[in-house]
Design a protein around this ligand. Structure first.
Ligand code: HEM
Length: 241
């Protein structure tokens, strides 16, 4: 089933009978599959609640204002070569020395696509950090770079942009970096795809401000929207101002 209406998307995302499609639980220790079987993102019920609580510690040590200025400064030091900046800044703030393995592990993290490179990257990260910190880095990587990419495209094609926070607000609503999320209906076994682009565009007369679902909703929304925005804003400031 494909969901495109905002109200239906919110209802599914708030209903515990819809769970993330289960991932394989039999991956060899230290592989990407093994990691995916241990993160909050792909678990449900009590296990999800417990793993989600474990993210609060590392997240509470992160100050969005500092992430923003660090992202701006590093973008400047790298002469505008911004790829990898959000992940490097986040890794440093989380006490991870070498974030080089993040892109390779992140490539298979959401999709489940396994490869020797992704397994080696997962093993490397596990040497440096615990699962909650790795979860934050892998969740953050592609989504934050995608937001920056979409905002840069908007800035290039739209009217001139001096207000970076407004540029990001518009990008989140109209060009979300994650375009869909999936759930399994535990009653029927059917897969439900929530089209976030369509749901964000669904006109709602009672909500002229146009709240978006880009950071999810309900039982398991993104726990770090301020951090994501701070990293993206810092990079954009380094590039556009
Ligand atoms: C623009 C950037 C980002 C976007 C659009 C985004 C969006 C999302 C969405 C939609 C979900 C929920 C997925 C679902 O319901 O199926 C999610 C989950 C999550 N995000 Fe983000 N995210 C972003 C950046 C970040 C950053 C920077 C971090 C960490 C610092 C982060 C950490 C997480 C974690 C840990 C989860 C899993 C939560 C759980 O299992 O309950 N995200 N994100």
């Amino acid at each position: 089933m494909l969901i495109t209406r905002h109200a239906e998307a919110e209802a599914v995302l708030s209903d515990a009978r819809y769970v993330p499609p289960p991932v394989r639980q039999d991956g060899a220790e230290g592989t990407l599959a093994w990691l995916r079987a241990r993160v909050s993102r792909f678990s449900s019920g009590e296990t999800h609640a417990r793993r989600r609580r474990e993210l609060a510690g590392p997240l509470s040590g992160l100050d969005p204002a500092r992430l923003r200025s660090a992202a701006r400064a590093l973008t400047g030091r790298r002469g505008g070569d911004w790829r990898g900046v959000p992940t490097a800044v986040l890794a440093e703030a989380l006490g991870v020395e070498d974030s080089g393995a993040v892109p390779a592990a992140a490539a298979g993290y959401l999709s489940g696509r396994e490869s020797p490179e992704a397994d080696a990257a997962a093993a490397e990260l596990l040497k440096q950090a615990g699962i909650p910190v790795i979860t934050l880095l892998l969740q953050a990587h592609a989504a934050t770079e995608g937001l920056i990419e979409n905002a840069l495209e908007r800035a290039a094609t739209g009217p001139s942009r001096d207000d970076i926070d407004e540029l990001l607000r518009e990008t989140l609503r109209w060009d979300p970096p994650l375009t869909a999320t999936r759930r399994l209906d535990t009653r029927t076994g059917d897969e439900v795809v929530i089209d976030l682009v369509a749901a964000n565009r669904d006109p709602r007369p009672c909500d002229p401000a146009g709240s978006h679902l880009t950071f999810g909703h309900g039982l398991r929304p993104c726990p770090a929207p301020e951090h994501a925005l701070a990293l993206a804003a810092g990079v954009l400031e380094g590039l556009l101002t």
